[in-house]
Design a protein around this ligand. Structure first.
Ligand code: GLU
Length: 404
């Protein structure tokens, strides 16, 4: 008898979380591992946000809340959209979930029928394709090019569309590449999407982490017609260093929201009441904590890009947002040392092999590019202290020089 459900045959464990778990296990054994794995700001959650949680507990806000989030948090989200994106929503357009990931999961469960196609530009965040598969949809991957700043062009998009296309995933700033779309770039993609009546899922989780004055836009911000077709996902994890609190939110069509509410009501019920109170304060309170974090990320960004580009065989673009670099290491794949490794491990992808050796022998955790749909690269999160970044990059350089 088949012990487990077949539906899990089509998905893999989240590679970002798996690598971080392995790195933590090695650390627990006493190894001095540098973790460039899961993207998680190293800063503490700001004090005023933690205080809001304490106050909520003291006030007895420890019971069930409405499944889709408290009225006061929804109102804070509505105000955030007005303040930051000039977008007007009502409560019926908003849902609060257990992190951005659950919001994405429930969105696809609520919108896809078996066989519906979802266009995902690669490199993509590790969980998109697997969530689509779990929802019985079909991920249609479109490979973008390094020389196009990893952006999908409108011609590439047109070619991927079929009568079964239902959703297009838009993610800017991108995880893993850090690439950002300008307003003009988004307009040309949206011209195609509007004509074909495709729903856009805009993952805005890195909205606040942008550099060099790059202005953030999502498709909903461009026109009312586009707003009607766009479902926005955002959350407090990255902007306010609140990854463990698990609060994400979505905004879009009330019919979709209602179905997501049903999904949530039959699975998790409401997100944690105390976390919701904290998230509300994060969105309403002084936003200068973000500026400070982003400034620190920016310094690290410049240093890590320069240091990686100093290594022979590595080609790293400067990200415009988020806190990841996605260096191409195809030059390293050409070395005799790496070719030997590959011959000894013929069933492993190149980026995975590189990352496996890097972790086990050189004690540095990175995520293989293959997990993001691009085997030419590896991903490093630079949301960790500068001393660790320097140590980690030195070890990567040592491994590459050892490969010859
Ligand atoms: N989104 C982060 C990352 O890509 C956190 C881990 C995860 O959920 O994938 O590293």
């Amino acid at each position: 008898m088949y012990l487990v459900a077949k539906r899990l045959d089509v998905v893999e464990p989240s590679p970002t979380l798996a690598i971080t778990a392995r790195a933590n296990a090695l650390k627990a054994e006493g190894k001095d591992v540098v973790g460039f794995g899961a993207g998680e700001p190293d800063f503490d959650t700001p004090e005023f946000i933690k205080n809001a949680a304490k106050l909520a507990m003291d006030k007895g806000q420890t019971k069930y809340t409405p499944v889709s989030g408290t009225v006061t948090l929804k109102d804070a989200i509505i105000k955030k959209f007005e303040r930051d994106n000039s977008l007007k929503y009502e409560r019926k357009n908003i849902i609060v979930g257990v992190g951005g990931k659950q919001v994405i999961y429930n969105f696809f469960m609520a919108t896809l029928n078996p066989g519906d196609e979802v266009i995902i530009p690669a490199p993509y965040w590790v969980s998109y394709a697997d969530i689509v598969r779990l929802a019985e949809g079909v991920p249609v991957i479109v490979q973008t090019k390094l020389e196009n700043n990893f952006q999908i062009t409108s011609d590439e998009l047109k070619k991927a569309i079929t009568p079964k296309t239902k959703v297009f995933i838009f993610n800017s700033p991108s995880n893993p590449t850090g690439a950002m779309y300008s307003k003009k770039d988004i307009e040309s993609l949206c011209d195609v999407l509007i004509k074909e009546k495709i729903i856009i899922m805009s993952d805005d989780i890195y909205e606040k982490v942008t550099y060099d004055g790059m202005e953030f836009f999502n498709p909903a911000m461009l026109s009312n017609e586009l707003k009607e077709r766009t479902f926005i996902v955002n959350g407090v994890s990255k902007a306010y260093s609140m990854t463990g609190w698990r609060i994400g939110y979505g905004a879009g069509n009330p019919e979709i929201i209602k179905n997501m509410d049903t999904m949530q009501g039959q699975s998790t019920s409401n997100p944690t009441s105390i976390s919701q109170a904290a998230a509300e304060e994060a969105l309403k309170g002084d936003q200068s904590c973000i500026t400070e974090m982003v400034k620190a990320f920016d310094d690290r960004r410049k240093k890590i890009v320069a240091a990686l580009n100093n290594i022979k065989g590595v080609n790293c673009r400067t990200p415009q947002g988020a806190f990841y670099v996605f260096p191409y290491i195809t030059g390293v794949y050409e070395t005799d040392g790496f070719k030997k490794l590959l011959t000894a491990n013929p069933n492993t992808s190149k980026s995975k092999l590189f990352c496996d050796v890097l972790l086990e022998k050189y004690e540095v955790a990175c995520v293989p590019g293959i997990a993001f749909g691009d085997d030419s690269a590896i991903r490093l999160s630079y949301a960790l202290g500068q001393a660790n970044i320097d140590k980690g990059v030195e070890r990567i350089a040592k491994m590459i020089s050892d490969l010859g």
